[in-house]
Design a protein around this ligand. Sequence first.
Ligand SMILES: *Cc1c(COP(=O)(O)O)cnc(C)c1O
Length: 512
Amino acid sequence: MVSRPEPSGQNSDDGAIIMEKVYHSTRSTAERAGASEAIARGLAPDGGLYVPAFLDEVHFDLEALKDLSYPDLAETILSAFLDFDQEQLDACIDGAYKSGKFDINTLVQTTPAGEAAILELYHGPTAAFKDMALTILPYLVTASGKNTGEDREIVILTATSGDTGKAALEGFKDVPGTKIVVFYPEDGVSTVQERQMITTGGDNTHVVGVEGNFDDTQSGVKAIFSDLDLADQLSDEGFVFSSANSINIGRLLPQIVYYYKAYFDLVDQGRIQMGDPVNFSVPTGNFGDILAGYYAMKTGLPVNRLICASNQNKILTDFFESGVYDRNREFHKSISPSMDILISSNLERLLFDKCGRDARAVEEMMDRLAEEGVYETDKALFPEFFAGYATEDETRETIRDVFENTGELIDPHTAVAEKVRRDYVEATGDDTMTVVLSTASPFKFSQAVYESLYGDVPEELDAFSLQEDLAKKTGAAIPAPLRDLDEKPIRHNYHCEAAGMKDAVVSFLSEE
Ligand SMILES: *Cc1c(COP(=O)(O)O)cnc(C)c1O
């Protein structure tokens, strides 16, 4: 959006690496942007995703990073990718990671679980891993806006099937220069998820229940984004739309940090020696989380295997096994809903890197995906990946087994990753230390967790008392953001049909 600043490599305080931080699109390397511009834009104008052209030149020294706190580690890693000045970056880190938004002061925690380790990424304001990036994204977006000469107020529009909406609301809540409007399908989110959203505070937040399902809601948001008359009208009034979607490079980069942190935790715990390789097992949906692991590996983290774990929507398992990505298949609703996805957008960034940075090849594959729902590449391109999946029954069994054998209560997404880790060990005999990424508090998915451990939920328990009963039975604590939700005041009560979503946005923006 707006002017193009000179991409610069000024940041590095020791002057060690001076390089141009140019980003370009996965579909055309001629489509170039600086970091701020890439973040401010979100999607490249040609429909591709921005990737750092300089990725192969970024290399972190493990010894230099190993004793850093999470915020300092984040600062060091992000400064290698961004064109912000020191003061801007400090402000981003402070706002996200030093302002008490997380319920443990290490922000993340690596817990031993049998032969493996669990990386708890759910200690943020909404008790899910999306907080790791969505707490900092608003600061990255507003700083990027400033750096690109944007003086309009940034209006974030998001359609959510549950978790992203709340994490985005908490992230953008009261961030100066922004407003956020979240649309959720009335037929598509759980009672707890809805309550989390409609009780959100902040003067710049808006939440709308849309009659219909997630597809209706998402189509409505896309229609607003592509309404150029509306964009013109709002621009005159001082507003510009943006998105908190996971294809924004500003959401991806902060996720590299916790891979390094988990590694140093294992070194501190004496479970590995500095320099030893580790594996990561990642419950995967849109492929953002695991791609950050790949970027960690490319920038110097000793990673042996990245284990891509899916639920019964196993399009990625089939892809890594055959080289064929085929979305022409049945869509299943599962107990790990954040992985119920047939288009894993961030896979495009991996394809780009693996296909010799050949943007034309990527564009052809993405065109075929759009037109025929299928594309093909060489499965031998991905030696550092292993892929597998868990059925619903296997997911429940794993929740039970992990609780009985280690005392750790895990959510269904984490259970999928643990199940596939076990399959990996069985298939390969590899005894490399493996970190299972835990992406949500089990209390976000109380019903599935309860059923896995104790069978059918008694009828008299509603969604809220179920959480309390689960806590009592297991001895685990309900995270603060999920506690007493039914007693918090409801602050948002706007409902409309999909056709009324545009009017909702206009009316919010003309308030005050
Ligand atoms: C979003 C999400 C995932 C999937 O992460 P991707 O980056 O989309 O692959 C896994 N688990 C939970 C709980 C999530 O919210």
